[in-house]
Design a protein. Structure first.
Length: 64
């Protein structure tokens, strides 16, 4: 049986470790930009993997 309270607590803990909901939204925006950008699926997957390593939107030029 799934303990929803435990699952919710774990999700909150992970979100807080990554910088809170603001950083989570920035991560989602960055991934959306990568998905809409140019390049092959392989390039996009690599860029998304790198983007997720650091919480929040990266400063500087957008990734390809």
């Amino acid at each position: 049986m799934v303990n929803l309270r435990r699952l919710t607590d774990q999700a909150k803990k992970i979100v807080n470790q990554r910088g809170g909901t603001g950083a989570l939204k920035e991560d989602a925006d960055e991934l959306k930009d990568i998905a809409k950008g140019q390049g092959s699926l392989k390039d996009k997957a690599k860029a998304a993997g790198e983007a997720i390593k650091d919480p929040g939107k990266s400063e500087g030029a957008p990734r390809r």
